[in-house]
Design a protein around this ligand. Structure first.
Ligand code: SF4
Ligand code: MSK
Length: 631
């Protein structure tokens, strides 16, 4: 197979293919090279049948029934698979929730006057969320309310409670179900801590009981840590409104200082955003021979800036190495999550300065410059100055920006969607009832070198909008769909006639960008509001989720809180559970009776679309809405 044919197998994106070729000529190793060098990957681990939870092991179970069927402690395949899945969910929930905690900390520092540069940008939301926490905002300054809210949110993390505060947003029926099953999330940290406790050797050795707690742990993320992260980000940085921007490697500028922010938490990137607009620094850039300073995003930190500020987006997970290979990046600043440890090494082949910013996330071959609420504004300026000064070190012979950028529309928070609908969800409910929109699908999650880059997201999305299913997307899926030109008004031409008509009236694309990974909770909030409006449970609605190219533990937690909330979810890559028939049966079938939704695994995005269309029509039928028979 020629190199070009190999690139065709690796990615559907033009910029990706062109940069893979440049990486080869520059002698840069990428995630795809390292993936190939790992093959064949461990079959026991793929099936979830290996355990290293203690040093009587590590142990493995023979899937063919010829070798050992129990670990040294006596754990069988079901226990080992359930424990491993539980720990994946704990790690994912911890990541989102710890991100949320960092935002609450900034909120508290703002309230105490210790975070220069940060402020309350959405006072209405501050007061609304405070009321949900039982805080009376009347006759209090916004800083007083912010302080009380920060303390109340901190209590959601650690204090022993019966239920997290924002669980009250879920429909009554759903909350009763969680109570009946004993999976109402209590403390955010508590559920993760309990998951780790239960999976220690000699604690919870009932695979089904373990999985129920895993659901509760995931719900503590969705209705707790992630929901807090999104709400506090909106309070501090503004609730997103529709905004135009651009996407792909073409957002880099040959004649400007290019600065990239990568990771997940907007706390650092918002300060960099302020600094790149500093007049003195822009003047300095001009003095150094650049036309200006160009800030662009990657992954979910990029999504946060794109949603709120319209900052252009360079790419998603599998593009994070290739963006450096353009040779046009003066500085990349990273916070945490999804930042490959390879990045510093690749940057060393170019002039790119790599800066890590969080006390909890250091990386090889990066310079560590730690951000805290009190030093963020000044440090951001210092770093932007260093990036500007690095412009003169750029080697023009190594620079290659391969494509022109694609336009996209972003910024569809729930509030913005309601506003586009004229102030209430009723018009959306009406068009769903009429069947112009058959249902709604959330397409979320990452890229994974096991799957052709962006193929899963884009193929599934196109198939769904063609069938009048409105798509809302987040994370790397949203970036893929943006690059594919599905987030512009003209994309309504790719939608079925009903969805096209609705989008044209509302002047929205058929694929709505609702944010970053933590912002999947915007989908929960919207679905809960629709269910409340109709007086049904979330599982009764013609709604589904999909993660066609997921890779991360966070994605497992997201999938589990979606299913736990009653939303049928189709995964592309299978999670490592196939070593236990009982666990597979529960996840893909038995959960229907418990929480009214299941997982499905379907790597082929066309077939995944069929599953979602069938599910949507089934739900329409049970709601007594006009439905189509699907074979
Ligand atoms: Fe082996 Fe049991 Fe220890 Fe796991 S917990 S490593 S199965 S002995
Ligand atoms: S960045 S978790 S690769 S979506 Fe949120 Fe993308 Fe997945 Fe990271």
């Amino acid at each position: 197979m020629s190199e070009k044919e190999k690139y065709e197998e690796m990615t559907i994106t033009k910029d990706g293919k062109m940069m893979l070729e440049k990486a080869r000529t520059d002698g840069v190793e990428t995630v795809w090279d390292r993936y190939r060098s790992q093959l064949p990957q461990c079959g026991y681990c793929e099936l979830g049948l290996s355990c290293r939870n203690c040093v009587m092991g590590p142990c493995r179970i023979d899937p063919f029934g010829e070798g050992p069927q129990k670990g040294v402690c006596g754990a069988d395949a079901d226990i080992i698979v359930a424990r491993n899945l539980g720990r994946m969910i704990a790690a994912g929930a911890a990541s989102h929730s710890d991100h949320g905690r960092d935002l609450v900390e900034v909120l508290r520092n703002v309230a105490e006057g210790k975070a220069p540069g940060y402020e309350i940008r959405d006072e209405e939301k501050l007061r609304r969320v405070a009321s949900e926490y039982g805080i009376n905002p009347e006759r209090k300054s916004s800083l007083e309310v912010a302080k009380e809210l920060a303390y109340a949110m901190e209590e959601d993390y650690g204090t022993r409670k019966k239920a997290l505060t924002l669980v009250s947003r879920a429909p009554e029926k759903r909350r009763q179900l969680w109570n009946k099953l004993g999976i109402t999330p209590r403390g955010i940290d508590r559920e993760t801590s309990e998951m780790m406790h239960r999976t220690h050797m000699g604690v919870d050795n009932n695979w089904a009981n373990l999985l129920l707690h895993a659901l509760r742990n995931a719900l503590s993320d969705g209705w707790g840590g992630s929901m807090i992260a999104t709400e506090v980000s909106d309070i501090l940085f503004g609730t997103p409104k529709p905004v135009q921007s651009t996407v792909n490697l073409g957002v880099l500028k040959e004649d400007e200082v290019n600065i990239i922010v990568h990771g997940h938490n907007p706390v650092v990137s918002e300060m960099i955003y302020q600094a790149v607009n500093d007049e003195d620094l822009v003047k300095l850039a001009v003095e150094k021979g650049a036309r200006g300073i160009n800030l662009v995003g990657l992954c979910c930190t990029g999504n946060e800036l794109l949603m709120r500020r319209g900052i252009p987006m360079a790419g998603n997970h599998l593009m994070t190495e290739l963006v450096i290979v353009t040779g046009a990046v003066e500085m990349m600043l990273v916070d945490y999550q999804c930042i490959m440890p390879s990045l510093g090494h690749i940057a060393a082949c170019y002039h790119t300065k790599m800066i890590s910013t969080s006390d909890k996330a250091k990386y090889p071959e990066m310079v560590h410059r730690e951000f805290h609420p009190d030093n963020a504004r000044e440090l951001a300026k210092e770093l932007v100055r260093e990036a500007v000064e690095n412009f003169m070190n750029r080697n023009p012979d190594k620079v290659y920006i391969p494509v022109d950028p694609i336009n996209l529309m972003s910024g569809f928070s729930v509030e913005a969607i309601v506003e586009a609908l004229g102030g209430s969800l009723d018009p959306l409910i009406d068009v769903v009832k009429e069947g112009k929109i058959r249902g709604i699908a959330g397409i979320v999650g990452c890229n994974n070198p096991k799957i052709k880059h962006d193929h899963g997201h884009v193929t599934l999305t196109k198939a769904l909008i063609e069938n009048d299913i409105l798509v809302v997307d987040t994370g790397c899926a949203a970036i893929a769909n943006g690059k594919a030109g599905l987030k512009v008004l003209e994309a309504t031409n790719k939608a079925g006639s009903g969805l096209k008509e609705v989008c044209e009236v509302l002047k929205i694309p058929p694929v709505l960008h609702v944010g970053s990974c933590v912002d999947n909770v915007r989908i929960l909030v919207a679905v809960a509001a629709l269910a409340n409006e109709l007086g049904v449970d979330m599982s009764d609605l013609p709604v589904a989720g999909a993660a066609p190219e997921w890779y991360s533990e966070k994605a497992v937690s997201i999938g589990a809180y979606m299913v736990g909330s009653g939303i049928y979810t189709v995964l592309g890559p299978a999670p490592p559970v196939l070593g236990s028939a009982k666990v597979v049966d529960l996840l893909t079938g038995g959960l229907e009776d418990l929480v009214g939704a299941t997982f499905a695994v379907e790597p082929d995005p066309e077939k995944a679309a069929d599953l979602i269309i069938r599910h949507v029509e089934k739900k329409r039928k049970s709601l007594g809405l006009p439905f189509r028979e699907v074979s």
